[in-house]
Design a protein around this ligand. Structure first.
Ligand code: SAH
Ligand code: SF4
Ligand code: F3S
Length: 447
């Protein structure tokens, strides 16, 4: 395509980091086919909505947004729906939204330029076949973030948690070759990025046939120029001693783990098919903490899962207090069509008011613990990486410690990507404000 023929594309991303990474891949693919990214839908020849199906609320938001886009889009613009909702709903989406002409699941992005072309000819297409070989190795992602790089290392999921739609929307688990991951990490370092975040649904079950996640952490963590390695989300059952040892011994691996717990009750965990007990989860946290001093732990919790009693919920609160999570993402159970949880006896359904009440108590408990712990941190010094501007116009930058604390520091955009030592001067309870003591100090330094 010649320069005069370049078109514009706008992507809106919902859901998890895997979707963010997929959007970067799609934009990269389209850039190679003559599309420039724009940041407004009404300026775009092609609008892509990269969707999430994890909870009903996520899907409703997308459906609402598709309605708005119909009003805002340029006449004749092509609208594509990609990602997990596209995979789940396929033809239903074409039926519901007449202005959508491309529906593309997570393994189909290679066909994007061709399907857009066909849409221009008036065709409406759906491509939702899984491709277990597909890792988009030859795509050049166009990254949104200039400081840290999302690196997918695994696609799909082989667990079958009974509430979860992901195995349906993303298919079976498969890992990229270690050498391919390392090559991508080297290329982001060459572009000036120093933090990498390895992505997978159960990222620590990574295995490429030859190398496991411990090998991967070592290989990525030792790429010259990498200063911080993070990963999300691990599954408690896949923390082998080898993986924990790699985390403990590779200096660039940060002292933070996001370890989804879902429930603190063994009865509920069993019904969720999480494959660990309350004690198993606690033991996993204890092992990680023993190996990695200063480790902070964040989590995901679902309330109102079918059959969850008051006692079960009290057990969840007790584990939350015992672990002392630095942060928790909390969700009300949302039944997803076709998942085993929807086939549980109706009398097990937790009434919405009860679930809402539990959610509020859980949020309050997690916040209270985080606040108390954060107040203790005031006056301490940490190394931060300055990630982005906090909010428009207020001359504050958002930075993070290795253990994932958010610290707002004064400064300007020229400091993005720099490391600094900060002293924590205040806290809202969840985030901190800080003063820079020293910028760009030498590596490595643990929090
Ligand atoms: N693969 C990750 C989680 C992916 S989904 C893992 O296993 O940890 C992110 C979070 O959404 C989950 O941890 C869970 O807490 C929540 N979630 C998933 N399905 C849900 C549902 N049906 N209802 C409510 N929350 C859900
Ligand atoms: Fe869903 Fe469970 Fe797989 Fe996570 S491990 S993506 S919660 S099925
Ligand atoms: Fe949502 Fe799909 Fe991620 S369902 S959470 S975008 S894997």
């Amino acid at each position: 395509m010649t320069c005069e023929q370049r078109s514009t594309v706008y992507v809106e991303t919902y859901g998890c980091q895997m979707n963010v990474s997929d959007s970067e891949l799609m934009l990269g693919k389209l850039a190679a086919h003559g599309y420039d990214a724009v940041d407004r839908p009404d300026a775009a020849d092609v609008i892509l909505v990269n969707t999430c199906a994890i909870r009903d609320h996520a899907e409703q938001r997308v459906l609402g947004r598709l309605g708005e886009l119909r009003r805002d889009m340029k006449p004749g613009a092509i609208v594509g729906v990609t990602g997990c909702m596209a995979q789940r709903l396929g033809p239903q989406l074409l039926k519901r939204a007449k202005h959508v002409s491309v529906v593309l699941g997570p393994d189909g992005y290679r066909a994007l330029p061709e399907l857009i072309e066909r849409a221009r000819q008036g065709e409406r297409t759906i491509a939702t076949t899984f491709d277990l070989e597909e890792h988009y190795e030859d795509f050049q992602p166009r990254r949104f973030d200039k400081v840290k790089a999302w690196i997918p290392v695994q696609r799909g999921c082989d667990y079958r948690c009974t509430y979860c739609i992901v195995p349906t929307t993303r298919g079976a688990e498969r890992s990229r070759k270690l050498a391919d991951v390392v090559r991508e990490v080297e290329s982001v370092v060459a572009d000036g990025m120093t933090e990498v975040v390895l992505l997978g649904q159960t990222v620590n079950s990574y295995h490429d046939g030859e190398y496991d996640f411990a090998d991967l952490l070592r290989a990525v963590g030792h790429v010259p120029g990498v200063r911080r390695v993070r990963f999300t989300s691990p599954h408690p059952n896949d923390f082998s001693d080898r993986v924990i040892e790699a985390m403990a011994t590779v200096d660039t691996v940060c002292e933070h783990v996001h370890l989804p717990m879902q429930s603190g009750s063994t009865r509920v965990l069993k019904r969720m098919l999480r494959r660990y007990t309350r004690e198993g989860y606690l033991e996993c946290v204890a092992k990680l903490r023993a190996a990695i001093p200063g480790l902070s732990v964040t989590t995901d919790v679902i309330v109102g899962f079918p059959g969850e009693t008051d006692d079960d919920f009290e057990e969840t609160l007790a584990v939350v207090r015992e672990v002392g999570f630095a942060e928790g993402f909390t969700f009300k159970f949302s039944p997803r069509d076709g998942t085993p949880a929807t086939r549980m006896p109706a009398e097990l359904t937790v009434p919405d008011e009860v679930a809402s009440d539990r959610l509020a108590r859980l949020v309050e408990t997690i916040r209270g613990i985080a606040r108390a712990s954060n107040l203790q941190q005031l006056g301490r010094r940490y190394e931060v990486l300055i990630e982005r501007e906090a909010r428009r116009g207020d001359a504050l930058l958002m930075s993070r410690t290795r253990d994932f604390k958010t610290v707002l520091v004064p400064g300007d955009a020229s400091m993005l990507g720099n490391y600094a030592t900060v002293e924590l001067t205040g806290t809202t309870g969840s985030t901190f404000t800080g003063q820079i003591v020293r910028e760009r100090q030498p590596l490595p330094m643990a929090g």
